[in-house]
Design a protein around this ligand. Structure first.
Ligand code: ADP
Length: 363
């Protein structure tokens, strides 16, 4: 299948040559001569590859790469630097910023074409794998949802009274099915976020009320661990415009983590407050805390989370939270000391309205 590249190079001779080289291997190109329209173009059209020159006026290629890597939406598009700057320090800088390859000019046409073909092949394999995982998780969610609904009806006595043993066994199965549904949903969300396919639907809602609803829904967990919750609302701007379900999922994850990683009988506090142009929610616990070595990459998805997967969860919650908050133009941060407790804070911009947000999210 035909692929499409975005080229940013202020030298028309270079970009024309590259366009010709790419067209010979069935890759079409769009050329931009300066970075001013770069992100607008990326938001309007989809591309399989990006080529950046380093020496471009106004915003050099490295800066463009820096901006690109800040935005999770573009992380699956391979970026290739094509530059006459051939010193090791230039190449290392490009690679450290996260480019897929750094090719120096002048380049050998056949070699470049072979490299590009490989990159496209790898990207297609990766896309197919992502698509497979997405299809399987999506298709599994439907029967699991039906099972949950049927068990809820059974437990509510819709098909007749159950005895105590039947109720207990069915409740256990329902818990497992709910957990399975949550896991499938987390895996699907991760893949959709990584593929830039998540559809956020911004609506206006009251953040304080949402916090209250989340704590009510988690009441059973608080009760099981005999923990108490202190809600502290100090914000003047509790009404925000954001994706309700996505923000709820993040708050539920933060609060249930606070419960999970704190002792029996402890207190958990949730604060909603303003700071400058942002409204913030902090979830504060006095639990086990997080070691400095883990704090650095707590919002990343790591292979060793598979270990935790078997014990306490998927390790996907914070990864998904960070991506979703970033799509809202906000931030998530953590402050924690081992043995003393943790404070997770999400910040959301106050000023954004739905229409602006839609533009940002759907690009
Ligand atoms: P999960 O809890 O499902 O494994 P998360 O992404 O929500 O996934 O959290 C990742 C990891 O971060 C947890 O497994 C835990 O090690 C650590 N963590 C998260 N929240 C807290 C907290 N409040 N206190 C201590 N550790 C935490």
């Amino acid at each position: 299948m035909h692929s499409k590249a975005l080229i940013l190079d202020n030298n028309p001779i270079n970009s024309e040559l590259l366009t010709e080289v790419l067209s010979q291997i069935d890759v079409s190109s769009k050329v931009l001569y300066n970075p001013s329209d770069f992100f607008k173009t990326l938001a309007e059209e989809s591309f399989d590859l990006i080529f950046l020159d380093v020496m471009i006026p106004f915003m050099d290629g490295y800066k463009v790469m820096e901006e690109l890597s800040k935005n999770p939406v573009y992380q699956n598009i391979p970026v290739i630097f094509l530059s006459a700057l051939a010193e090791t320090k230039n190449i290392v800088k490009g690679l450290e910023l996260g480019c897929y390859d750094y090719i120096t000019k002048p380049y050998r046409i056949e070699e470049l074409q072979a490299k590009i073909k490989n990159i496209i092949k790898l990207k297609k394999l990766q896309d197919e794998r992502e698509c497979f995982i997405e299809t399987v998780t999506h298709d599994l969610k439907t029967p699991v949802r039906s099972e949950i609904r049927a068990m809820e009806l059974l437990l509510n006595g819709y098909f007749g009274e159950l005895n105590q043993t039947q109720t207990e066994i069915l409740s256990e199965i329902l818990n497992s099915s709910n957990y399975m549904f949550f896991m499938l949903d987390s895996i699907l969300s991760k893949h959709k976020l990584d593929q830039n396919k998540i559809k956020l639907v911004p609506v206006k809602f009251n953040l304080g009320e949402l916090v209250r609803d989340c704590t009510k829904e988690l009441n059973i967990l608080f009760e099981t661990k005999k923990q108490s919750i202190n809600l502290c609302f100090e914000s003047q701007t509790e009404e925000i415009s954001a994706d309700y379900i996505a923000i709820k999922r993040i708050l539920m994850n933060l609060i249930s983590n606070a419960i999970k990683f704190s002792k029996e009988g402890s207190m958990i506090e949730v604060r909603v407050f303003d700071e400058g142009n942002e409204v913030k929610v902090s979830v504060i616990d006095n639990g086990i805390g997080i070691a400095p070595s883990e704090l650095n990459n707590i919002f990343e998805y790591k292979k060793d989370n598979v270990k935790k997967f078997k014990q306490v969860g998927s390790g996907l919650g914070l990864y998904i939270s960070k991506k979703i908050i970033a799509l809202h133009g906000g931030e998530i941060s953590v402050d924690s000391s081992k043995g003393k407790g943790s404070v997770f804070t999400i910040s959301l911009p106050k000023s954004r309205v739905c229409s602006e947000k839609k533009e940002m999210i759907y690009g």
